[in-house]
Design a protein around this ligand. Structure first.
Ligand SMILES: Cc1cc2nc3c(=O)[nH]c(=O)nc-3n(C[C@H](O)[C@H](O)[C@H](O)COP(=O)(O)OP(=O)(O)OC[C@H]3O[C@@H](n4cnc5c(N)ncnc54)[C@H](O)[C@@H]3O)c2cc1C
Length: 498
């Protein structure tokens, strides 16, 4: 039995070391172990999973996702498709991927069905259909293009051009040109705001259009049991293929690592530059010092005695809900955050997993996951602001709250050094930095230090639970360090689970 848990690493040689057991570190470790290498993972926290963990944050029996909650990329990520994630764990995929209530206008309802969505968009239904249908019809090609470094020749040129043209339209002040009412633009803006950027902006539009295409194509799935189920599936596969994870092991000096032929680092460029300060060539160190971290998130988890009393009945069946009002109101809130202040009327992202997964809360009770955007490093508790914004669309919400657990941006940064200042994207997502993530290169995971690779969300393709940075960094290491040019078979075999 290989060890998982708190243990002191022995110094025996391994083929590959991975620092950090987030989704990217685990994806890298699984890929290397599947290629037949002896892999050891070091993780600072007491449990593996990084941004994909679940725990009882409020009351006993209430299981909350500590970071990520909703997984549009679990179905679309080429890594997870190769890993056959859906054969390993169960997902609930709500028909209504996300919803967007408005004051005095019908809510936006993004169904896993574009036609049904458009029927509810009034005079903008056709314009919305024309915008989204080529991306929905080719959502796998959108995921393929956005799932790697942007500096490369796209495999599906037509879809990429359509995606690019729509990104330019929705990422500039022309973003309202095709719309006549409030609901369709608000619906898109709620997805764009996931990028934590001033809006309109090209990167915000790209993120929003891709996420919205996935919402209409395959949906936004929620893992039964919580996001930890994804990490557990990766850990199980790693262990089944001879890998080890040493938890409670914070790597602050490379002397802590055992000898190995390659090292993959699920850490930020800033942490990497500190760890390898003596070895790093000046030119590369200068490039990394230009890597910028973005604005942040403050999170609140709720234990509820009953479901949220949404005013719009449809919202009871939505997996995710975007609050903040109209396109203009959300854009104003995001500009306020970008200027370093806390908006009174902020954008709030909500997930209500217990509506679809009864393992999350006991006896008909519910869990609710919510976060809002705040300036980097903020230590302001946002519980009251978030409760107020929910009350705006669900009067009486306060009365169903049994307990809360709050994390300021500063708390998130303390809990995971990959979120500096509470930046959950591990690096600002503006367009220039999506091109150089962390540097502009066809293989951005490779560093100038022989055998050493970066594989966190600070590298292409950026944030999200998709494992793609880890997978591609591992494939690069296999090619360069082991002359292994064929990607290992990651498919699920039932024996892997034992
Ligand atoms: C509040 C919040 C909500 C989110 N919501 C979503 C969502 O709904 N959907 C989605 O797709 N994404 C979401 N994300 C983003 C997603 O969680 C991250 O993009 C993803 O986890 C990045 O994976 P990673 O492996 O690069 O890094 P992480 O998951 O951050 O993992 C890095 C790991 O490395 C460890 N580590 C770092 N430095 C060291 C060291 N020196 N020594 C040892 N260990 C180290 C850390 O402890 C951590 O476990 C959310 C994130 C947060 C914080």
């Amino acid at each position: 039995m290989r060890m998982v848990g708190q243990a002191r690493a022995d110094r025996s040689e391994v083929d590959a070391v991975v620092v950090g057991a987030g989704p990217n570190g685990l994806a890298a470790a699984v890929t290397l172990a599947r290629a037949g290498l002896k892999v050891r993972v070091f993780e600072r926290a007491d449990v593996p999973g990084g941004g994909a963990r679940t725990s009882e944050l409020t009351l006993p029996g209430f299981h909350h996702d500590t970071c990520s909650a909703v997984h549009p990329l679990a179905l679309e990520s080429p890594f997870f498709r190769a890993f056959e994630l859906t054969s390993r764990i169960e997902f609930a995929v709500p028909d209504l991927s996300f919803a967007h209530p408005l004051d005095g206008a019908p809510p936006g309802l993004a169904y896993r069905d574009l036609a049904r969505t458009c029927e509810r968009l009034g005079r903008d239904g056709n314009a919305y259909a024309r915008l989204m249908s080529p991306l929905v019809d080719h959502s796998g090609q959108v995921a393929e293009f956005t799932g790697g470094p942007l500096l490369r020749l796209p495999r599906h040129l037509r879809t990429t051009l359509r995606f690019g043209r729509r990104t330019l339209e929705q990422g500039t002040p022309l973003w309202n040109a095709r719309f006549r009412e409030q609901t369709a633009p608000a619906l898109l803006t709620g997805a764009m705001a996931h990028a934590i950027l001033p809006l309109p902006s090209p990167a915000g539009a790209g993120v929003g259009l891709a996420l919205t295409a996935y919402a209409h194509a395959k949906g936004w799935p929620i893992p039964i049991g919580g996001s930890a189920a994804i990490s557990n599936a990766l850990v199980a596969d790693l262990i089944a293929h001879g890998g080890e994870i040493i938890t409670g092991s914070h790597i602050t000096d490379i002397a802590q690592l055992p000898p190995s032929r390659t090292v993959l680092l699920d850490i930020t460029p800033r942490a990497f530059a500190e760890l390898f300060a003596r070895e790093l060539p000046d030119r590369y160190a200068r490039k990394l010092s230009r890597f910028k971290y973005g604005n942040a998130v403050a999170k609140v988890d709720f234990a509820l005695s009953e479901p949220v009393p949404w005013r719009d009945q449809e919202l009871h069946r939505a997996g995710t809900i975007h609050l903040g009002g109209t396109r203009e109101q959300i854009a104003a809130a995001e500009h306020t955050v970008n200027r370093g202040s806390h908006p009174d009327n902020p954008y709030v992202l909500i997930s209500q997993p217990s509506v679809f997964d009864q393992t999350r809360a006991p006896g008909g009770h519910h869990t609710l996951w919510a976060y809002t955007h705040v300036p980097a490093g903020s230590d302001v508790d946002q519980t009251e602001t978030i409760v107020r914004q929910i009350e705006r669309f669900a009067p009486g919400f306060r009365d169903v709250i049994m307990a809360t657990a709050t994390s300021t941006a500063a708390d998130l940064a303390r809990a995971n050094s990959n979120y500096p200042g509470g930046d959950i994207a591990a690096g600002a997502t503006h367009i220039a930095q999506m091109i150089r993530r962390p540097v502009a290169a066809a293989d951005p995971w490779r560093t100038p230090i022989a055998g050493v690779y970066l594989c966190s969300a600070s590298t292409a393709p950026g944030p999200g639970v998709h494992g793609l940075a880890g997978w591609q960094a591992a494939l690069s290491a296999l090619r360069r360090e082991f002359a292994e040019y064929n990607p290992p078979d990651l498919r699920y075999r039932t024996t892997d689970a034992q």
